[in-house]
Design a binder for this molecule. Sequence first.
Ligand code: ADP
Length: 151
Amino acid sequence: YSGKKKDQHLTENMMNMKVRDFQSIPVVVQESLSVYDAITQMFLEDVGTLIVVDDQSKLTGILSRKDLLRTAIGSTDLEKIPVHMIMTRMPNIAYCRKNEALVHVAKVLIERQIDALPVVEETDKGLSVIGRITKTNITSAFLSLAENHDL
Ligand code: ADP
């Protein structure tokens, strides 16, 4: 390949990297879960973001490490505070679909200064959570692109 062909190839490969090829399993919790149990869950599942759903499993909110830390330093009865009181809620959640380009997700993460996006599918009842994309997934995609191009 000439340099230009190689660049074209790289660009094409990059645009072909889709959410569905790099997404992780979503870690979801119910709105009624206590902040205490959410913190436990975050450690057990080894994730930095918990996705909150209603009893129909539809996306309603998101919880970051700092959301939980903020509550933990400001309150005592963490068992009595349900996560729906402290989560970032719809319609303010940034999410994506499985067929979107990964670079688009990277742009959203940087612009909104967040670590993760839920991957959703539209149903008649609301947004169904089918995955999760984090900065780690993007980093792994970045590495696989480099490796595929012997960089
Ligand atoms: P941390 O707060 O631990 O640094 P984030 O940067 O991911 O983690 O989260 C920053 C804030 O943005 C938190 O209040 C969190 O609830 C919110 N947030 C996280 N992910 C999203 C998202 N996909 N859409 C909207 N808000 C989000």
